[in-house]
Design a protein around this ligand. Structure first.
Ligand code: FE
Ligand code: FE
Ligand code: MG
Length: 166
């Protein structure tokens, strides 16, 4: 922990670390949801969907990296056990038990919309009190906005293709 770096934070640091650990749990669950979704998905445009899901998985892992880095800078401990993820998560985990592309895309779009809400609230909370965390969260939120749009446009293309065929 950097003493001076922590001391300039003008908000409850323990509460902030707790919120960052909740987001970190979301990111690990999102990583796995994308990763396993890419393995099991079936249906039209499967290859394009697999490529996007796989890329998003690596980007969620990058978000976990950013959050863990910031938690450590603040003197906190990143969540140590996967058992904690399902207790701390904001956005939960949608089991991809139906492998159809449309269903997998909908589940992940829902997850991105939840992530956008969570990070948007974290920006509001940190805007004044902790500009460094604000900057970390802004990077992550920009990716989540991109993710939602990527998946929505894939879904739209898939629906257009199916309409034209029928
Ligand atoms: Fe993420
Ligand atoms: Fe995302
Ligand atoms: Mg993408």
């Amino acid at each position: 922990m950097g003493q001076k770096g922590r001391s300039i934070v003008k908000m409850d640091v323990d509460e902030l670390i707790n919120l960052l650990n909740k987001a970190l749990s979301d990111e690990w669950l999102a990583y796995y949801q994308y990763w396993i979704g890419a393995k099991v998905v079936k249906g039209p445009m499967k290859d394009a969907v697999i490529a996007e899901l796989t890329l998003h998985a690596t980007e969620e892992l990058g978000h976990a990296e950013l959050l863990a880095t910031r938690i450590i800078q603040l003197g906190g401990t990143p969540v140590l056990s996967p058992v904690e993820w399902s207790k701390l998560t904001n956005c939960g985990y949608d089991v991809p038990s139906d492998p159809y592309v449309g269903v997998i895309l909908d589940q992940n779009i829902k997850g991105e919309q939840c992530a956008i809400k969570v990070y948007s609230e974290l920006l509001d909370i940190t805007r004044v009190g902790d500009p460094v965390t604000y900057n970390f969260i802004l990077q992550i939120l920009s990716d989540e906005v991109e993710h939602e749009e990527d998946l929505s446009s894939l879904k739209e293309d898939m629906e257009l293709m199916l309409e034209r065929r029928s």
